[in-house]
Design a protein around this ligand. Structure first.
Ligand SMILES: Cc1cc2nc3c(=O)[nH]c(=O)nc-3n(C[C@H](O)[C@H](O)[C@H](O)COP(=O)(O)O)c2cc1C
Length: 303
């Protein structure tokens, strides 16, 4: 059974299952639940050049079939990460994919440069961040802006570059293409969907930040459609995220065209789920007589 999957030149991972950014911090807490070396890759919490404190509490609320978070990209900053967190992760021998962001173009470029170091297997660029200079408009919104940003980041680092797309755009395929033309080696689809919750008793928003991002099973059908659409449009590998909680979910995304999957919110509920998802994929392949993960990718039967 061949579980390896290719994400970029020089980035072939042992199996297609990784954690999603932001629900796993820097791996330390989860290492008490299972052996991190079983993962195809570890993805870090989104990092910025400077440490970030995040949004006011409360920052998480459960919804039917999901959750809304407004963490606000709290993180320790790239320098503390490379000093204090990266050595721990490297100890597991698993490729470390570093998720990063900036609040302006220059910060993205600086971050990519600072992360172009030994022990980082690839960069995952979060483009769903408000751009301070452009009045809070997300970077990832228009294909032209995204193309420019990815072009600059591409020039700043030598690592495989994964661009994580926001679903909140007019035509996600146009954004996907813009990122690939600018040099993205792979794409992650999708980030959270803007959402809010209100407490009618207090008559106030539940989240300190008022709005946040919806994740979990509620967004899975949206993510599935996007992964199917994007993977048919671009020739680079697509990594799926959005409501993946089981091997069945993972297989569905791979049938739709994903080369790998990320488990996010589901792991907050069940931190032991990763080995179960991996073994479940193996069992599915065996049952179907498929000998390699790559033969599953995009093999949905249509028509
Ligand atoms: C608490 C929380 C924090 C997150 N932080 C980040 C982040 O720092 N960077 C990022 O690109 N995505 C972040 N995400 C988005 C997830 O990586 C993922 O794209 C999204 O939650 C959909 O997957 P899921 O339904 O499996 O959670 C975060 C999600 C959650 C729930």
């Amino acid at each position: 059974m061949e579980l390896t999957t290719r994400l970029a030149d020089g980035l072939i991972i042992a199996n297609p299952v990784m954690n999603a950014s932001g629900t796993f911090a820097y791996g330390e807490e989860f290492s008490g639940f299972f052996d991190l070396s079983v993962l195809g890759a570890v993805v870090t919490k989104g990092l910025s050049m400077q440490p970030k404190r995040g949004n006011p509490l409360p920052r998480i609320v459960e919804t039917p079939c999901g959750m809304i978070n407004s963490i606000g990209l709290e993180n320790v900053g790239i320098h503390a990460f490379t000093r204090e967190k990266l050595p721990f992760l490297r100890g597991y021998g698993v490729p470390v994919i570093v998720n990063f962001f900036g609040s302006n173009e220059e910060e993205y470029v600086q971050a990519a440069r600072a992360l172009d170091i030994e022990g980082v297997a690839a960069l995952e660029m979060n483009v769903s961040c408000p751009n301070v200079k452009r009045g809070g408009i997300e970077f990832g919104k228009d294909p032209e802006g995204l193309n420019l940003l990815v072009t600059r980041v591409r020039q700043a680092c030598s690592k495989p570059l994964i661009v994580k797309l926001s679903p909140m755009v007019t035509d996600i395929c146009a954004n996907a293409q813009a990122a690939v033309e600018a040099g993205a080696d792979a794409l992650t689809c999708i980030n959270t969907i803007p959402a809010m919750a209100i407490d009618e008793e207090t008559m106030r928003p539940v989240l300190g930040n008022v709005t946040g991002g919806l994740s979990g099973p509620a967004i899975k059908p949206v993510a599935l459609k996007i992964v199917w659409e994007v993977s048919r449009r671009v020739s680079v590998p697509v990594i799926a995220a959005g409501g993946i909680a089981s091997a069945s979910d993972a297989v569905q995304f791979m049938l739709a065209g994903a080369s790998a999957v990320q488990v996010g919110s589901a792991s907050l509920r069940d931190p032991f789920c990763f080995p179960v998802v991996i073994e479940g994929i193996r069992a599915y392949l065996e049952r179907k007589g498929i000998t390699a993960v790559k033969d599953l990718v995009g093999s949905i039967r249509e028509g």
